[in-house]
Design a protein around this ligand. Structure first.
Ligand SMILES: [Zn+2]
Length: 122
């Protein structure tokens, strides 16, 4: 399983920046803890429409082996480090972990299709 976090650093005076990508690679990931419930729309690779799913706000994940890679597009370097778990993720990294772990457990993501939404005229 891989989990990605992105942070954009921007210098307002020089008007230049870059987006750092941190990728965590887990071998045999296990979900130890999850907290909160976030209703959100997700589009899974093998489906045509976005679906309503529930994801935790934070997760604690461990794995037999964890590799962290920080990809810096500005200096074109990838910093690699072996990490000891468990790791805690919040927000989009937590949603991504939950999505991937659901795939590993069930193969398919269970969600409510966008078509079931009700239009409300304001
Ligand atoms: Zn998916």
């Amino acid at each position: 399983m891989s989990v990605k976090e992105k942070i954009t650093k921007y210098d307002k005076e020089k008007k230049i920046g870059y987006t750092l990508e941190t990728i965590y690679l887990f071998i045999n990931p296990i979900l130890l803890k999850k907290e909160g419930k976030i209703y959100r729309m997700e589009k899974c690779g093998n489906k045509n429409q976005r679906e309503l799913v529930e994801r935790p706000h934070s997760v604690v994940v461990n794995g037999d082996y964890i590799l962290k890679a920080v990809l810096n597009p500005k200096d074109m370097k990838i910093a690699i480090k072996h990490l000891k778990g468990p790791l805690t993720f919040f927000g989009s990294a937590a949603y991504g972990s939950s999505h991937e772990i659901e795939h590993l457990a069930n193969e398919n993501i269970k969600g409510i299709p966008f078509w079931d939404f009700e239009y409300v005229l304001e």
